[in-house]
Ligand binder design. Structure first.
Ligand code: FDA
Length: 281
């Protein structure tokens, strides 16, 4: 299906590596995500971790510039914290030896606290890890303050999960307002060990970040921009051409459905496109 392949590199590691190579050739780094979430058996979580170990090996062998990104629920967080930490610790150790950075995605709010706890435990042992926080959640400012007490690689996104108004900002204005507040906080802390990666395709926010970073005289090496595979990458190329650090998040694997649905929900044009093509066939 054309729309799926717009957002997902393919089902195999080799598909992700090929996509990463193209991204590298355009001056950007890759972040490769093996799709999977809400795993409910220890065997499946272990198998996902093994896939990440193979992925790390391929990134090393193929010499592409790529980090990896994973989800705590894919690593077994719904089974037990120990299973999850065990799996991620193995990946983080192997990645560190290979010089590959490990990002933690952030999932729905039911897992926010537990994901932060797992992240903090791994970060104590392996510094080359970073965590995504969501501007849509009211708690995120406090989480940032807590996490920034130690060197912190932050990926700041708006948040792709539907959340209750009791814990989340639900209008675009409010989410964007909180995102801007967090941009300022993160940029101000770059001299104290915070490295922010701004994960957004929102042109107004991108302009805001560039202006803020320039006003605060923050070196371009002190932060980066990240976008999803298949979305607004022309702007990312332009940022890369302007000496900004940039990364494209490349998902692959056969468990693409939940990821795809989140991409559909983000933009109504995607749903119209899908429906038009369904009725055409
Ligand atoms: P917004 O939704 O306002 O979109 C701005 C513009 O971007 C739109 O007008 C449109 O042009 C374009 N656009 C955005 N989404 C599109 C889509 N699906 N299809 C086509 N065009 C689109 N979320 C999360 O909860 N946990 C996570 O771990 C991550 N990780 C992550 C990594 C990276 C690298 C990125 C870029 C994003 C995430 N996200 C995420 C997703 C994020 O929370 C958010 O849902 C999307 O990025 C869309 O929000 P924007 O900031 O792009 O703004």
């Amino acid at each position: 299906m054309i729309l799926v392949s717009r957002f997902i590199a393919g089902t195999r590691i080799s598909d992700a590596i090929a996509a990463a190579r193209k991204v590298n050739a355009r001056g950007m780094n890759a972040i490769i995500d093996y799709l999977g979430e809400d795993v409910t058996s220890a065997d499946a979580a272990h198998a996902a971790a093994e896939e990440y170990l193979r992925l790390i090996q391929c990134i090393e062998n193929e010499q592409v510039r790529a980090a990896i990104s994973l989800k705590a629920s894919q690593m077994g967080l719904l089974i037990s914290r120990d299973v999850c930490i065990d799996n991620i610790a193995r990946i983080a150790e192997r990645a560190e030896h290979a010089g590959i950075f490990v990002w933690f995605d952030m999932e729905g709010s039911a897992l926010t606290r537990k994901t932060i706890e797992v992240f903090e435990e791994i970060r104590e042992r392996r510094p080359s890890v970073g965590l995504c926080l969501q501007a849509s959640l009211v708690r995120t400012g406090g989480d940032f303050d807590q996490l920034a007490k130690n060197p912190f690689h932050l990926r700041l996104c708006k948040g792709a999960y539907k959340e209750s108004p009791s814990i989340a900002y639900t209008t675009k204005n409010a989410v964007d307002g909180n995102y801007k507040m967090l941009v300022q906080k993160a940029l101000e802390q770059t001299t104290r060990g915070v490295y922010p990666a701004f994960a957004t395709h929102d042109d107004a926010l991108l302009d805001f970040i560039v202006t803020q970073a320039s006003d605060k005289k923050i070196a371009k090496s002190g932060y980066e921009f990240q976008m999803l595979y298949g979305i607004h990458n022309d702007r990312l190329v332009a940022l890369a051409g302007n000496d900004h650090k940039t990364s494209v998040y490349i998902p692959y694997g056969s468990h693409w459905f939940p990821y795809f649905m989140r991409r559909l929900r983000e933009r109504k044009e995607n749903v119209y496109f899908l429906l038009r093509n369904l009725f055409r066939n």
